[in-house]
Design a protein around this ligand. Structure first.
Ligand SMILES: O=C(CO)COP(=O)(O)O
Length: 215
């Protein structure tokens, strides 16, 4: 199971969380990545942890003030990028162009969707992975895998029907090892989470507990 920790714009120390994630990944063998703010990509990547961007823009080099260029995210150390997160939704044509930009820059891609229909649609654009995250469960205490298991199994089926090479992750409310296990049982091959680590008093302990079932 892939564990992708999205730090959003939470007021945590991104380097401290990245160091903790790197330690836990090294000691357990779990695949854990950190997605910090774009401004923190290089500092996070310097810890040695797998680093993802939260978003890259659909444009190439050129007159695009304020954009997050995929090539510069990669140069800063990013290995992958999220796209179309529920808190940063994109037009279909822009998701397509950002996927192209990410591929040009050699970034792995994960496109988010709110529900199985969106997951089917974005799978057709050819990302490496998709992630179903029901917005109403994001930031809450109840995991998507227990609050709405059908949305995960239906998202897995929707992606498989379009392209069974695309991995399916799920996210929202995931914080414990049991949540990770339940997501895997529903057919997800990874989880996205944020508050369970970024808001934890001890992010390292939170990550250790999360990946314990993978040992
Ligand atoms: O949006 C998310 C990850 O991208 C999920 O957030 P929470 O883990 O805080 O529910």
């Amino acid at each position: 199971m892939f564990v992708l920790v999205n730090l959003k714009a939470y007021p945590c120390d991104p380097v401290a969380v990245a160091e903790a994630a790197h330690d836990v990944a090294e000691s357990t063998g779990a695949r854990i990545a950190i997605a910090p703010q774009a401004a923190d990509l290089a500092a996070v990547a310097d810890t040695g942890v797998e680093t993802w961007a939260q978003h890259v823009s659909p444009n190439d080099y050129g007159s695009h003030t304020g954009s997050t260029l995929a090539e510069r995210a990669a140069a800063a150390g990013a290995e992958g990028t999220l796209l179309n997160h529920s808190e940063n939704r994109m037009k279909l044509a822009d998701i397509d162009a950002s996927l192209e930009a990410a591929k040009r820059a050699g970034l792995e891609t994960c496109v988010c969707g709110n529900n199985p229909a969106q997951i089917g649609a974005v799978t057709a654009l050819g990302p490496d992975s998709v992630a179903v995250e029901p917005p109403e469960l994001i930031g809450g205490d109840v995991s998507v895998a227990s609050a709405d298991p059908d949305i995960v199994t239906d998202a897995v089926a929707a992606a498989e029907a379009v392209d069974d090479d695309v991995d399916v992750y799920c996210g929202a409310g995931i914080s414990t090892g049991d949540d990770l296990d339940a997501a895997g049982d529903l057919g997800a091959s990874g989880v996205l989470l944020a508050s369970g680590v970024a808001k934890a008093d001890d992010p390292k302990a939170a990550l250790e507990a999360l990946v314990a079932p993978l040992a």
